[in-house]
Design a protein around this ligand. Sequence first.
Ligand code: BT5
Length: 318
Amino acid sequence: MTEKTLEIITLLKNQNWISGEEIAKSLHISRTMVWKHIQQLKKKGYHITATPNKGYHLDQSPIMITTEEIKQELKTSLLGSKIYHLSVVDSTNNYAKNLAKNNEKEGTIIIADEQTGGRGRKQRAWISQKGGLWFSVLFRPSIPPTKAMQVTMCAACAIAEAIEKQTPCSPSIKWPNDILINKKKVCGILTELSAELDSINYLIIGIGLNVNNQLPKSLQSIATSIQEETDSTQPLVPLFISIITCLERFYTALVKNDFSTIRDTWVHYSSTLGEIVNVKTEKDEITGKAIGLAENGELLLRTKHGEKKIITGDITYL
Ligand code: BT5
């Protein structure tokens, strides 16, 4: 898209109706050129009504991601300073890792319309067809590797807050990395890092949010999408912008050593605390009551054998 096309989007967004003549004047172009730009926007998925006497009206922005729209709307200073938008990739986390190894700066985001090899934890498959938000954010935090989980918590808080702001849904966070709506998983977070003993080289947060994508039958009892929950198609850009804006706020707090803001927000959205849960870890299976969250993001469980700190695992509510 050209500068002029972007300026037209801004004019359309700022006014209910705007005539071709006003656009032409404001951009110093002919009315024929205005018409050509409008046709281009329609091809990109913008729904624009043209009415004699009134002019043009923007009914709806595209459902799919457009980098131009992101650049126009995103007002963050660190996250998204560089954005790679791919139509298809195996995994945005893999792509981010390769960039990170080649000295890519903190804040870069990789977003894909579709992933052919989307991954969850322990190499589990993550279904990521067109219509969802699949992206990875590259961080280089000055925190010890033991605190890496705090960045995952920032992401979980940001996603929950953004869903609440942008949709009528009530999200909750299930420890350690799931966002639920009506008890079904709508989003998963995959955190991967490269670290020395006492410092992190890079940390990648991969976020998979089901928005307008279809889910396979095999997942329908445990997973949901924003579209399914709201019965309507949700434009991806406002949700994405909201997640990134919230994430930058939480991450800035974390870097300034203010973990309490993140913990309070996490507790506010948690569906895990207070529940009796079964946790499957690498080595064993533990049942207990989830009573709190430790400083580094571990789950505190009260069990028959006393209090236990769980670093990672899969939990089921009993
Ligand atoms: C996760 O793993 O929940 C992390 C998912 C992270 C995906 C993002 S997308 C962008 C970036 N690039 C990647 O390659 N990955 C990240 P885990 O907690 O292990 O959950 C995996 C399990 O969730 C699977 O075994 C399925 O049961 C279920 N699942 C798979 N696809 C799903 C989907 N689209 N929605 C909900 N659940 C799904």
